[in-house]
Design a protein around this ligand. Structure first.
Ligand code: AOF
Ligand code: ZN
Length: 350
C-alpha cells in the first residue's frame, strides 16, 4: 500500500527525544476529539535546539490544521520556526481544502525537517505531501509512533478505506443479563458516573443508532448533556414499520434525527449510506434486538458491555453475553470502570 520510501523506519533509528516529541504531538491532537470529524485528529510540535517552541492541533472542523496552528503559536510566542523540526502525527496535506496546504505553510515558515507518524490515506494527499516537502529540500522521516497515530485516528483511516463508519455498541445489563426491569417504568439502573462515561462516548461518535422499540419504551433524548459538547450526534432510528410516536423526544426537541425504514437485513447498505454522509463512527445504543442484528451481520467493531450490580425483579433478558459477543468475531480487549460499573470492552480493531 505504501511505497518503499514511505515504509515505517525501524524504531531503533528514533531517539528518546524524537519519541517524546511525537508523544506530545499525539497528546495535543486529542484536544480536538469529538470536534474534527470527518477530519482526523492531528497534532504538531515544532522543536528548535531540542526544545518545543510551539504546539498546534486540528481543533475543530474548518479550523486551522495542526501545522498551521503550530506555526502561528510559534509566532505568537515570539519564536521563529525557521530551521525547526516539525513532529506531525499525520502527513501534511498539500491541497487547498478548508485551509491552504500545510506543506506550503511549513516551507514558508522555514521548517528544516519533518518527522511524520502516519501517512495520509486521503487520495488527494497519499504520499504527495511528503514528496512536496522533499522536493523543497525538507528532510522527511516517517513512521515514528505510527501505530499509536493509527489508533488515534482510526475512525478516519477506517472510513478512508471502507467508506463506512466504525460501529460501537453499548449495552448495560444487570447481574443476570437483563436490560430492563419490566416491573418498573423505564428508567436507568446504572450509576451517575457511568452515565457521564456514556455521554463522553456519544461525544466521540457522529451518530447514535437505536431501534424504534427503544424510542417507544424509553423515549430517550440520545443527546449529550452531561459533558460539554459543541456538536450533537445525528440520531438514527431504525423503524421499518413506521411506529415511531410523533411526540417522541427525538422528533420534538429540535435536534437532528433521521428515521430509517430499512429492514434489519439491509444493515450493510445502511452503514454505506451513513458513510456517504461522512459519518465515521456510530454508537448502537439498543435495544437488544437491534444490537443482535448488528452482531449477527458481523458489523460490530467495538462492544462496551456494562455490568451493573443490581437485580431486576421482572427481568428482560438481553440474550447477549460475552460469548455472544466473541462469537461475532470480537475479543475482550480490556476491563474498565465507568462510575460504579465494570465495563468489558470487546473489539475487533487495534
Ligand atoms: C494536515 N493537518 O491538521 C489535518 C489534515 O477539509 P480540510 O481542508 O480541513 O482538509 C481535510 C483533509 O486534510 C483531511 O481529509 C485529511 O486528508 C487532511 N487533514 N492534514 O496536514 C491537519 N487535519
Ligand atoms: Zn493541512
Amino acid at each position: 500500500m505504501l511505497s518503499r520510501r514511505h515504509q515505517p523506519v525501524p524504531s531503533v533509528e528514533w531517539s528518546e527525544a524524537d519519541v517524546r516529541f511525537m508523544r506530545r504531538a499525539l497528546e495535543v491532537a486529542e484536544i480536538g476529539r469529538g470536534r474534527v470529524s470527518p477530519n482526523p485528529l492531528v497534532g504538531c510540535v515544532l522543536v528548535q535546539d531540542g526544545v518545543i517552541i510551539a504546539e498546534g492541533w486540528h481543533d475543530h472542523l474548518g479550523g486551522l490544521h495542526a501545522e498551521q496552528m503550530a506555526i502561528h503559536d510559534a509566532e505568537q510566542k515570539g519564536h521563529s520556526p525557521n530551521g525547526s523540526t516539525a513532529y506531525i502525527t499525520l502527513e501534511p496535506c498539500n491541497h487547498f481544502g478548508r485551509t491552504p496546504p500545510c506543506t506550503q505553510a511549513l516551507m514558508w515558515a522555514g521548517v528544516r525537517k519533518a518527522i511524520v507518524a502516519h501517512y495520509d490515506p486521503n487520495p488527494t494527499v497519499r504520499g504527495k505531501g511528503v514528496q512536496v516537502l522533499e522536493d523543497a529540500g525538507i528532510e522527511v522521516k516517517t513512521g515514528l509512533l505510527e501505530a499509536e497515530a493509527a489508533h488515534q485516528m482510526r475512525e478516519f483511516l477506517y472510513w478512508c478505506e471502507h467508506r463506512r463508519p466504525i460501529v460501537t455498541v453499548k449495552l448495560a445489563v444487570d447481574k443476570h443479563g437483563s436490560v430492563d426491569d419490566r416491573s418498573q417504568s423505564a428508567g436507568r439502573f446504572t450509576s451517575e458516573g457511568c452515565l457521564d462515561a456514556v455521554h463522553q462516548l456519544r461525544k466521540e461518535c457522529d451518530g447514535i443508532i437505536v431501534g424504534v422499540e427503544t424510542i417507544i419504551r424509553d423515549d430517550p433524548s440520545l443527546n449529550i448533556r452531561r459533558v460539554p459538547a459543541e456538536r450533537q450526534p445525528l440520531r438514527i432510528v431504525i423503524d421499518p414499520n413506521g411506529r415511531i410516536p410523533k411526540e417522541a423526544q427525538v422528533l420534538t426537541d429540535g435536534g437532528e434525527t433521521m428515521v430509517l425504514s430499512d429492514d434489519f437485513s439491509n444493515l450493510p447498505a445502511l452503514l454505506n449510506r451513513l458513510g456517504d454522509m461522512e459519518i465515521q463512527r456510530v454508537m448502537v445504543e439498543g435495544g437488544p434486538v437491534t444490537i443482535m442484528h448488528f452482531l449477527d451481520a458481523g458489523l460490530v467493531d467495538e462492544f462496551y458491555l456494562v455490568q451493573a450490580d443490581v437485580e431486576h425483579q421482572t427481568p428482560y433478558p438481553s440474550g447477549i453475553d460475552s460469548q455472544t459477543i466473541t462469537a461475532a468475531g470480537l475479543s475482550l480487549n480490556q476491563i474498565i470502570t465507568w462510575g460504579d460499573e465494570s465495563v468489558q470492552l470487546f473489539s475487533r480493531l487495534d
